[in-house]
Design a protein around this ligand. Structure first.
Ligand code: CUA
Length: 190
């Protein structure tokens, strides 16, 4: 087992193994450095470049006036044929508790919270927002076919969290238009 008497074969093999190990060590270090660089860049980037559009609103006065006063909540048919749905989340319900939207129509959800952070999710779709007090959460969507979907709060918001959910009812486009001709704001709360 002394070096002086070792045949040349194993020596070369050991050298080769060492070179391979060193190469892999360098690659591992490079990967770690790259990951640190990515994390650093994204942290700095997201701090320095805020969201393109931030809308704020005072959660204490939602019920007194403005866009989220109760009489303005629900679905509104816009002049361009699209639909805007406004709703508020609060411990432990959504207002309205049933959102009415037409199928095959561009829909914009505009939501906010009156107290703590809530979640807005429409089951079976990729509609998923956080409702943060002080901010308006806005998202465009389109529903292909009539139907009904659950809309559970998915951010833990207190002891009543699991009972906080609403429904989204998708109706035929013509049926929605007929209802919209009679009412300024629509919902499917019975
Ligand atoms: Cu609201 Cu959980």
């Amino acid at each position: 087992m002394t070096d002086s008497v070792s045949p040349p074969g194993p020596d070369l093999a050991a050298e080769h193994a060492e070179r391979v190990e060193n190469r892999w060590a360098a690659i591992m270090i490079a990967i770690v450095v790259l990951l640190i660089a990515i994390a650093t860049f994204s942290a700095i980037y997201h701090t320095a470049v805020p969201q393109a559009r931030v809308e704020t609103i005072d959660p204490r006065t939602l019920h007194l006036g403005g866009e989220f006063i109760e009489s303005n909540l629900g679905s509104a048919l816009e002049p361009d044929g699209s639909v805007t749905v406004r709703a508020v989340g609060q411990q432990y319900s959504f207002t309205p508790a049933c959102l009415l939207v037409p199928a095959d129509t561009p829909v914009t959800f505009r939501m906010t919270s009156a107290d703590v952070v809530h979640g807005f999710l429409v089951a079976g779709t990729n509609i998923n927002l956080m409702l943060v007090p002080g901010y308006i959460s806005s998202l465009g969507a389109r529903f292909d076919a009539p139907g009904e979907r659950l809309m559970p709060c998915h951010e833990f918001c207190g002891v009543g969290h699991e009972g906080m959910w609403a429904r989204v009812k998708i109706v035929d486009k013509a049926a929605f238009a007929a209802l919209a001709a009679q009412h300024r704001r629509l919902s499917c709360v019975e």
